[in-house]
Design a protein. Sequence first.
Length: 441
Amino acid sequence: MKNSNRTLCSQRKSKSKMAVKAGKIFILAGFIYCLVASLFWGVTASQEEMEWHCFHGLDRENKSAEIGLLKEWPEAGPELLWTVSGLGEGYSSVTIAEGHIYTAGMIEKQTHVYAFDLNGTQVWKKPNGSSWEATRSHARSYVGSRSTPTYDNGVVYHLGETGRLATFDYRTGKEIWSLELREMFDAEIPEYGYSESIFIDGERLYCNPAGKKAFMVCLNKKDGELIWANTEIQGTVGFSSPIIAEFGGYRQIIGTSSSRVYGADTQTGKTLWSVEYENQRQNNVADPIFYNGHVFASSGYGRGSILIKLTVSENKIIPETVWHTDLMDNHHGGVILHDGYLYGSGHRARGWFCLDFMTGKQMWNTRGKGSLIYADDMFYCLEEKGTMNLVKATPEKYDATGSFEVPERGKGMHWAHPVVCGGRLYVRHADNLFVYDIRDK
């Protein structure tokens, strides 16, 4: 009997030790699983950060989340990794998603949407409507693509210059659906062609046909079905791309027409407020900026820059002009808000500017004109004639820490906006795309 008890005790102790050992193994396995999962999600997050889904980024602020970039460039500039040629004419920038680079260009009066891998090898090329042709002699050299493709959930969206809105499978380029906006909404081709890059918010797509049946429309992104149409907004196409902001109990889509700055309810399309804003050429190209209940807009051809304060009164949104200045009358290179200051270039008020957002006070001004993007406390400022400058993001002074000349491989001005993504600087000019390594190795 004693021997039986000893055997039973021994078995229990053995089972206990096995349970403890199994528990330790389980804990260790759980730890390894969590470690692997965290590494996996870290990689995934990192990959998401290395994407640029639409013109000026998902929040339209044109500020890249990239870090670890060079703060100074060698005399010859950063390393040129590769160049793609054969894009055709145009001013489309680039979109980066799912290991692909998307852009657009015009060849023989035909607009094409392109996809390349991250090494510059073409994956697909698809047509999207005829290209815009100038009706004025001074604009004949401005032909080519305008809109930058937008990527969302496996689909590439692109608005052609003559109003054809098309969607493509991001892997193959197979067309999913398309609409002829001018026919649907009784619109004419804008003076310089449709130029906005469409905006997607959730399941909705926003764009501006500027026709008799709708100035702005909201479509279902999956099939192009009309959700609402706004016929209240005055003016014609302003050529800017819209932004979205929350204010006054509304989720607003904010944009410019040729004569107004406006805000509309994203749910119903109802115009919530608008302010007269027209220049001598009836085009407001720069995207507006929203911050803390204020809307900033800037335009060339004698219009200048304006800050509008929005307030809520009796369930209405009331716009009020805070300040107006002729400084930094942005032509089409865009303006960036960073730490309370506005950065961009002027048109008739020549030069690169830094202005105080709340007062419009000039902090500094220097020679130059072009487009820019922000990343890692620096601005990448692309001059119209092809000089790329690296500039510290500070209101104290214009402080450039590097400069290089983009290779001259195409005619016309450098009007396509640069992009910083995945440790690279992307510069589109005419028929070419130049890709530079700007990592601080």
